[in-house]
Unconditional design. Structure first.
Length: 89
């Protein structure tokens, strides 16, 4: 339930950012959504299982290599877009 509430909050703030700022400024930042989802799956879920005994079923499934590579490519692309925006400005 908390995850759904936080996800709704994040999506609302993303929509607000798109309406208040130029899309080219928001897109590199928002491209890190898959990275944060990956971090939650790799770092936060094992900690909640260890300390709170919640989410342990999630740990039994493995993360495929293509998922990791796609997150790395998205993050590096967002980083390059962010750097190009600073250089071009």
């Amino acid at each position: 339930v908390l995850s759904s509430v936080l996800n709704a909050l994040v999506k609302t703030l993303e929509t607000k950012a798109f309406s208040e700022s130029d899309l080219s400024l928001c897109a590199p930042f928002l491209a890190f959504d898959p990275v944060m989802q990956f971090v939650v799956g790799v770092a936060v879920i094992p900690l909640t299982c260890k300390f709170l005994n919640v989410g342990c079923a999630e740990l039994k499934s493995s993360i495929p290599l293509y998922h990791f590579l796609s997150v790395v490519s998205i993050a590096s692309g967002a980083f390059v877009l962010g750097r190009a925006a600073k250089v071009g400005a």
